[in-house]
Design a protein around this ligand. Structure first.
Ligand code: ADP
Length: 151
């Protein structure tokens, strides 16, 4: 069983994340979307909301599971038997950041990080841009799956 962990904050999930997960499903038997819980970070959406947004977006995709975790990503991978970490790369800044994390993870565990280049159409989207658009009452629906709706 080829199981990949796709870790992140997903505050909220965007069409960029959605694209990476969809493409990950074609490469792996199971893609576990893992929402990291960091008590030092302030989030716009609660962990329950973030989880529900992702679950609803992939309600028709049995290969996608959504979980939350604390602690080191590699430890969580070992706990659940995931041999791969899936990450998206948008730009050179992502590359430099991800490279350091992937090297550190590799030093700590025998887990391969697999990078997918983002699709051109969604490469500019980030959760922080979406949060800014929401805060300023803009049309955020262009950047997120239909499951992300704010009352
Ligand atoms: P983090 O808190 O780890 O930055 P994010 O939820 O922002 O978590 O991102 C999780 C993963 O999704 C990262 O690998 C990131 O590069 C990727 N990602 C974020 N936005 C996009 C996008 N627009 N297209 C593709 N991948 C993306």
């Amino acid at each position: 069983m080829r199981r990949a962990l796709f870790p992140g904050s997903f505050d909220p999930i965007t069409l960029g994340h959605f694209d990476i997960i969809k493409r990950g499903v074609t490469l792996f038997d199971e893609v576990i979307v893992a929402i990291g819980v960091n008590s030092d970070k302030k989030y716009m959406f609660s962990i329950e909301e973030r989880k529900a947004f992702i679950e609803q977006a992939f309600a028709d995709e049995p290969k996608v599971k959504v979980v939350t975790y604390t602690g080191l990503t590699v430890d969580f991978c070992n706990d659940i038997g995931a041999e791969f970490i899936l990450r998206g790369l948008r730009n050179p800044a992502d590359f430099e950041f991800e490279k350091a994390i992937a090297h550190a993870n590799r030093r700590m565990a025998t887990i391969e990080t697999v990078f997918l280049l983002t699709s051109a159409k969604t490469s500019f989207i980030s959760s922080s841009i979406v949060r800014d658009v929401i805060k300023n009452h803009g049309d955020y629906t262009k950047f997120v799956p239909d499951s992300v709706r704010i009352n």
